[in-house]
Design a binder for this molecule. Structure first.
Ligand code: GRF
Length: 198
């Protein structure tokens, strides 16, 4: 449908951003797997791999620094400027300002590199997650795409993909296995939730 094709995503990356999930989402849009386009990639700073990748992909990039006044308003304004319908967090590490959730209710998504509700919450990011999974003796991990709510990693889980935790795994080897899943899970979840929402 023409209406669906016009759906616009805003992707928020973080200051450590590698941008691999951003790239997976943008590729899925370009290849028609998701009936949407990436309107803008928002980054807290300019000199990150994610920003470089966004430029390489020909995406619009906006830099919105969390330092200084009125961060929430500046963020909302920038996303509005590109007429974003959905907001996808991809490596965004901060607690998202409530104003974004109020402006796009139920339309803010995130991906977490573990099987929520386990191994989520404040401080559970990057290698901390995979260290905790291994330390807990889990035999399975994976990723969770979820709606963003006011608390870290507490919103509705939309889709999970699973992989084994191997006895010889390090946090790095587990992270790599999970990241590969993320690149399938995030586009798939976006497509499903957009289809279900209309
Ligand atoms: C991913 O591991 C994701 O689960 C988490 O942040 C990381 C972002 O990685 N929320 P990348 O920048 O997309 O490569």
């Amino acid at each position: 449908m023409l209406g669906d094709a016009m759906t616009t995503l805003g992707i928020l990356v973080g200051s450590q951003g590698r941008g691999s999930n951003m790239k997976a989402i943008a590729t899925a849009c370009a290849e028609g797997e998701i009936a949407a386009r990436v309107g803008v990639v928002v980054s807290p700073k300019g000199n990150t791999p994610a920003v470089e990748t966004a430029h390489d992909l020909g995406l619009s990039v906006a830099i919105v620094s969390p330092a200084g006044e009125h961060y929430a308003q500046r963020l909302v304004d920038e996303l509005d400027r590109y007429e974003v319908d959905w907001v996808c967090l991809a490596g965004y590490m901060r607690l998202l300002p409530i104003e974004v959730l109020q402006r796009w209710p139920n339309r803010v998504l995130n991906i977490h590199p573990a099987l929520l509700p386990k191994f989520g919450g404040k401080g559970m990011f990057g290698h901390h997650v995979h260290e905790a999974v291994i330390a807990a003796g889990e035999t399975e991990s994976g990723c969770s795409v979820h709606r963003v709510s006011e608390e870290y990693d507490k919103g509705e889980v939309l889709l999970q993909m699973r992989c084994p935790v191997l006895p010889q795994d390090t946090p790095e080897s587990l992270a790599a296995r999970v990241l590969e899943l993320e690149h399938h899970a995030y586009p798939m979840a976006i497509r499903q939730v957009m289809d279900a929402t209309g």
